[in-house]
Design a protein around this ligand. Structure first.
Ligand SMILES: Cc1ncc(C[n+]2csc(CCOP(=O)(O)OP(=O)(O)O)c2C)c(N)n1
Ligand SMILES: [Mg+2]
Length: 321
């Protein structure tokens, strides 16, 4: 792998940042002060990091309900994200949206949507706007395997391919839609083969391997930016936690036996550390990074806890009905 050490450290910092933020959310969630459902990206962090590290700040991303990793990896403001989970006025959606409605347009994060598949047509529309406005920007849609069952998935791919739009589809396939395994929902689990019916190039990606995600995302984004049209990556990942909330209380009831076998569980952070160590980075380099991250995260939570709630008189402001 030909990634310079500085870039490797940047990648590690973002990977560890997302991991630590998710663990902190999980640690405090039971206090019921965060008045929002949460969908943890623990185990799936490498996809957000690998894709967003290849994007320009102005490029667009559209996210789904499992949103924290996408928002942070695109450079979204951490304090505003945590305040949003606490439904505070200082939150990125002024406390009205919660975890599934994060947004930071200053860094090209155009919003997450709780509607399964919602990020797909939005990204295609942004890609069309980029072409019409001669902006040369790429739009990325992050969505899960269940979104590939929506009609809009096919309609959007057809239109994007026809118009050769600069959009990259990132399917994060964790094999579950809530508690239903992919094999119980689709006759052929190779989601990456479907875009080929529209002549969209696609690849299967080991989404637990950050280096591989980086390499394939770079190729996909360059393809889209150079005017060759859409690209599709199916990133296979492991969802460590339950569908929503913290922990996985229903684990034994719905998980496939191989999921419950601890020897099958992979850790993208641990695997990436091996690459760093091989490149000459030391454990103490990483400890220094992690300590800074912990201080920043602690500060973000303290601010969010102390920030004001929205004024009840503003109840009907900033709403679109
Ligand atoms: C249009 C629509 N249908 C159903 C739901 C309910 N729902 C919320 S999340 C989810 C599963 C999504 O699974 P997937 O897209 O694979 O993402 P993951 O949760 O695995 O990351 C469902 C069915 C919804 N939010 N929107
Ligand atoms: Mg899924």
């Amino acid at each position: 792998m030909n990634i310079p050490v500085e870039k490797l450290l940047d990648l590690y910092t973002m990977l560890s940042r997302i991991r630590r933020v998710e663990l902190k959310i999980e640690e405090l969630y039971h206090l019921d002060e965060m008045k929002t459902p949460i969908h943890s990206s623990l185990g799936e962090e490498a996809v957000s990091v690998g894709v967003c590290s290849n994007l320009q700040k102005e490029d667009y991303i559209f996210s789904n309900h499992r949103s924290h990793g996408h928002y942070l990896a695109k450079g979204g403001n951490l304090k505003a994200m945590i305040a949003e989970l606490y439904c505070k006025e200082t939150g990125c959606s002024r406390g009205r949206g919660g975890s599934m409605h994060l947004i930071d347009t200053s860094v090209g994060h155009m919003g997450s949507s709780s509607i399964v598949g919602g990020s797909i047509p939005h990204a295609v529309g942004a890609a069309l706007a980029s072409v019409m406005q001669n902006k040369n920007l790429v739009a990325v849609s992050f969505f899960g395997d269940a979104a590939s069952e929506q009609g809009v998935f096919f309609e959007s791919m057809s239109w994007a391919a026809l118009r050769k739009l600069p959009v990259v589809f990132i399917c994060e396939n964790n094999f579950y839609s809530v508690c239903s395994h992919l094999t119980a929902r689709q006759p052929n689990i190779d989601i990456y083969k479907r875009p080929r019916a529209f002549d969209i190039p696609s690849e299967l990606v080991d989404g637990m391997n950050l280096a591989e995600v980086c390499e394939k995302a770079q190729k996909a984004i360059e393809h889209a930016r150079s005017g060759q049209g859409p690209y599709f990556l199916e990133c296979r990942v492991q969802r460590w936690r339950g569908h929503a909330g913290s922990g996985d209380p229903n684990k034994e009831k719905y998980r496939k036996p191989e999921d419950l076998d601890e020897t099958n569980v992979r850790d993208p952070l641990k695997e990436f550390k091996e690459i760093l160590f091989a490149g000459g980075v030391t454990e103490s380099d990483l400890t220094q990074i992690d300590q800074k991250l912990d201080a920043e995260i602690q500060d973000a939570f303290e601010c969010a806890q102390n920030d004001p709630l929205p004024n009840p008189e503003d109840l009907e402001k900033h709403l679109f009905c």
